[in-house]
Design a protein around this ligand. Structure first.
Ligand code: IPE
Ligand code: IPE
Ligand code: MG
Length: 247
């Protein structure tokens, strides 16, 4: 599979909705939390596989704004798994020149998560290979609302004028400022929806859905998604003929 991938057409940024942990566990007659624990090996494969192909950014949807309304035990377990994963994975990230970043309302996370994330980001900040962006307490609508609020604050303070607002300014006030929009979105577990993920950034992203449940996701599945992406014709509103004459 990997040999079939065109190395000159690798997405710079891959976004992933890591879904299906609960169903994976339930199929095994286990608690949902067991599925979350087994998600880590899939995360590792997605990161390693991306780094090997020269992907620059991978954004992993790990916890949405809406996920706060899950049972408290499950939320607590997810936060503990997150802390453990940071402790376990940062040394590997250092070895592989991988940088850790986050998007989302990090201040809403428990203190222990915040300090571990802070540590992981600080440790890896000078790494120049793949950037792993964890979306935590993140949602696209929350992010856009925050950006609007920031911009209005600047207008009120007289730092910018209303007629200076354009798409670029909005993009620069999102959590993803400076990061290119994803070319490819992968969602596992068969659900075909966006679930409030990167609403602004996904405007022209190629969407790829797979039945694989997240804990089963391996490099091979990543390669399959990239191959599917490479079969797509990205037209950005133009005609197919226009696109062909460009290339
Ligand atoms: C994704 O798996 C992980 C998070 C949303 C945190 P789910 O926990 O949503 O698994 P399903 O969709 O219930 O199977
Ligand atoms: C999306 O999965 C959020 C994450 C993967 C973190 P959900 O399982 O929360 O999405 P819905 O509720 O099925 O749309
Ligand atoms: Mg789910």
């Amino acid at each position: 599979m990997k040999e079939k991938i065109d190395r000159n057409n690798i997405p710079q940024h891959i976004a992933v909705i890591m879904d299906g942990n609960g169903r994976w566990a339930q199929k095994k007659g286990a608690m949902r939390i067991f599925g979350h624990r087994n998600a880590i090996s899939a995360v590792r494969d997605a990161i390693e596989g991306s780094a090997e192909l020269g992907v620059k950014y991978i954004t992993l949807y790990a916890f949405s704004t809406e996920n706060w309304s899950r049972p408290q035990d499950e939320v607590n377990a997810l936060m503990e798994i997150l802390v453990q994963a940071i402790v376990d994975e940062v040394p590997t990230m250092m070895k592989n020149n991988i940088r850790l970043a986050t998007i989302g309302d990090i201040s809403s996370l428990p203190e222990g998560c915040q300090s571990h994330l802070q540590w992981g980001k600080e440790e890896t900040k000078n790494n120049t290979g793949l950037t792993v962006v964890l979306a935590l307490s993140y949602s696209g609508r929350w992010e856009i609302a925050s950006a609007v609020s920031e911009i209005v604050k600047k207008i009120v303070a007289g730092d910018i004028k209303q007629d200076e607002i354009d798409q670029q300014m909005i993009a620069e006030h999102l959590n993803t400022a400076g990061i290119p929009d994803p070319e490819l979105l992968i969602r596992t577990s068969g659900e075909q929806r966006i679930s409030n993920f990167m609403l602004w950034q996904l405007a022209y992203t190629e969407l790829y859905f797979t039945e694989v449940l997240w804990p089963d996701f391996r490099k091979n599945d990543l390669h399959e998604a990239i191959l599917a992406y490479q079969q797509r014709e990205r037209r950005f509103g133009k005609t197919g003929a226009q696109i062909k004459s460009q290339s």
